[in-house]
Design a protein around this ligand. Sequence first.
Ligand code: F6P
Length: 329
Amino acid sequence: IKKIALLTSGGDAPGMNAAIRSTTLYALHHGIEVIGFRHGYNGLINNEFIRLDEPSVREIVGRGGTILKSARCEEFKTCEGMKQAAKNLSAQNIDALIVIGGDGSFAGLVKFKQFYSGQTIGIPGTIDNDIDGTDHTIGFATAVDTAVNAIDKIRDTADAFERIFVVEVMGRKSGFLALNVGVACAAEHIITFENFSNPGIELQHIATKVERIKKHRGKCSHLIVSAENLYPGGANKLASDLADYAAIECIPCILGYIQRGGDPVAKDRILATHMGAHAIQELLAGNSDIMIGIEGQFCKPIALSESVEHHKGVNQNLLDIQESLQDLR
Ligand code: F6P
């Protein structure tokens, strides 16, 4: 291998820069030239790239966002877009493409193999942690901490006024953020894909819980952490439905994009550094069409197609435990 390209794609995640840095430095250590395409797959189609060397990745290990910029790219879903991207890679004699992103980006990379014959590797970077085949994705730990810090502040004011809040966290179609943030904030109730059935049952459940906790502990604050894209109409609708259903006054709060920003915590920097370098090790071993996963303390290759096909659910036991902690006799 003489020359590789990398890009960041989809929702940015804290730690993507650390992954760019380690991939670049580990490749340079092995005498491999590195270029970075900007703005995700758009850069590949438009041939927008920069040369990555030591100065360009210096002091970025602890910086949020991505120096290569990120984007979602509709054009890359078309044959024409993919053909153009493959042409640009061939014109520069690029032996391998590394994509740091989430499952949407990986699905694109799997399809791209019809047009590109070089090696391809995915590095999982998303705050959602929803990629099968890896215990953790880059950015998840930081996003959990960011949300927990914000919700701890909401808890202070909720306690002071003995109010009920519903806080909506990101996660797209998965509940890893909701569950982990909810546990870390000792939320009285967590609404996630694994325990939600329908709005009516949810309202009944919350109303009963609010009443029971009030009876057992006296009037107190009540924090509900909810996954986004779950309750129809989101946190705002849930709050207004609770008012209609049981005259419960509940304040909605959507955390939003702050969960994607900020400097990566040490755990994400270490994970990104490990995965980035491991991607180069896999390339040097001649492997392709894989994602770098982490299991325990070791990185391992997973077929990209598998990581895209399977759904990863949250730990049901942790969800049950959290529920029991809020249900004393
Ligand atoms: O996948 C990361 C994520 O932040 C999700 O949690 C969220 O649903 C989505 O991206 C938002 O996407 P966009 O940046 O396109 O609004």
